[in-house]
Design a protein around this ligand. Sequence first.
Ligand code: ACM
Length: 388
Amino acid sequence: MVRTSERDKGPIRVGALFSETGVTSTIGHSQLQGTLLAIDEINAAGGVGGREIVPVICDAQSSPARYALLAEHLITKEKVNVIFGCYMSSSRKAVLPVIEKWNKLLFYPTLYEGFEFSNNIIYTGAAPNQNSVQLAEFMTANFGGRVYLIGSDYIYPYESNRIMADLVSQRPDSKKLAERYLALDAGMADFAAIMQDIRLQRPDFIFSTVVGDSTASLYRAYAEAGFDPKTMPIASLTTSEAEISQMGWDVAAGHYTSAPYFQSIDSESNRGCLARLRRRFGSECVPNLCWESAYFQMHMFANAMRESGSDEIAQIMPHLLGSEFEAPQGRVRIDPSNHHTCLYPRIGRAEATGQFTIVREARRPVYPDPYLVTHSLGDWTAKLHEQS
Ligand code: ACM
């Protein structure tokens, strides 16, 4: 006789491993809220086959080493099979060997530098062919190809800057003027020194791969230097509504971000989701691209588990791969061959209202190409996924 264990009937415990403190806590907090909103919705609709999802929440304090320790703790002590979490790529790189060692599943809701695949990860943020390729085309077409690269000192900025420099170099008259890295806790004085160099070099645009709290210092140092975003804007993949709320809306106005999601997306699904978020958490949450990924990936997990009846990776993975969901950004799909997600590239220009005006957007989802095998510059409709 096959016995259903208590574990298969009781609540579904899942790990929620984000940073509620430390330099990336603004985004981490919003990712946790996206996760919790989706869990509330799933549970209110009867859970997964009558079983509630219960998050085991751990604060990784923006420390990659702590991420690894907590992933081990969640798996070995809390007995979770699935972890939702990580923002900085350094934290994902720290968690990856733990997840693989125990053969568990990580959902990663963050844009990143690509060039990675794990059988144990589902990637729901943008790969470089879904944000960098479009941003390179937009910036070089509208401002020129002389780019100044500034980043935080860790793997995502190194790799993302390398990709941006490669993409920009496909245009005539392009030039990488400089590539500078600052600590994650860099302040105004550090960025002010870079602004002096920028004044001398006069790039057409600045590409920022700065993340977390120091993003505000970068944009403020730019404003204090008296530069004009109309002629030399900052372009980024990580400066979202959350960072803009930290730096001040007026400071951000005129700069550009490439992302699949902005709060300003004019769709019923997005408006409804934002209204539910505000009812649940008040106005204190600042939704952004990573919040949205955290939200929709939890729903995709629950839908797959309804079909598999189990959150064990071997059972649930076939139901995740190829699955689709009506997300606030549009209908997304997890690609079966590379575990990344079909998403909608968009370019937003920050306004003094704290919102982005969407100045360019893909009409159809763009297939994820994390190794940049088939992309071409300015590829907005690229390879729709083949239905499999
Ligand atoms: C990042 O580190 N993937 C933003």
